[in-house]
Ligand binder design. Structure first.
Ligand code: FE
Ligand code: FE
Ligand code: FE
Length: 174
């Protein structure tokens, strides 16, 4: 696929994050089974739901653009997931494992925050230049992406709060 316009670059970005979100949904469900701390389990479970909504939102955006939802391989998210799993396999202490899982989930949230931030900037510029028009009565593409960005930021903040209040302390105390 050759990309020569910002609209095409934007679509590629959507496909990248669409692929990433689907991988993340799978990874979250797998990793949840390894968690000991109930509050961490709840955060991950809650984020599986949010991730499903984010996938549906991306599908809504593809539809708006007259495209079939399609992913392109996101090497970055595959790497983040694989790196986390590789480390987790070597850990034989439950509390330390929770800390490692939490940290690896935050690395993924940060990737998503970065991607949604970029997509919002591109979509905003395309909108300013009239390359993307929102039919009346429909939610703007920028606003849809912003909802997902806010969820990723929210999850990141909740993970930080749980790490500080509990998970890191338990793991360090042993
Ligand atoms: Fe997400
Ligand atoms: Fe990517
Ligand atoms: Fe996320």
């Amino acid at each position: 696929m050759t990309i020569s316009t910002m609209s095409e670059l934007f679509v590629h970005g959507l496909q990248d994050v669409y692929y990433a979100e689907n991988q993340i949904a799978k990874a979250l469900q797998e990793i949840m089974t390894q968690v000991t701390e109930p509050a961490l389990f709840d955060l991950l479970e809650h984020h599986v739901e949010e991730t499903r909504e984010q996938i549906a939102r991306l599908e809504q955006i593809f539809k708006r653009l007259g495209r079939t939802p399609q992913g392109v391989t996101c090497q970055a998210v595959l790497g983040l997931i694989e790196e986390g799993q590789e480390l987790q396999r070597t850990i034989n202490n439950k509390q330390v494992l929770d800390t490692a899982i939490l940290a690896s989930m935050q690395a993924i949230e940060h990737y998503e925050i970065n991607r949604y931030g970029t997509l919002i900037a591109w979509a905003s510029e395309l909108k300013r230049q009239g390359a993307q028009n929102t039919p009346s009565g429909e939610v703007d593409i920028v606003d849809l992406l912003q909802l997902s960005l806010d969820e990723e930021r929210g999850q990141d903040a909740r993970l930080t709060a749980l790490a500080d209040s509990k998970v890191n302390r338990h793991a360090t105390r042993g």
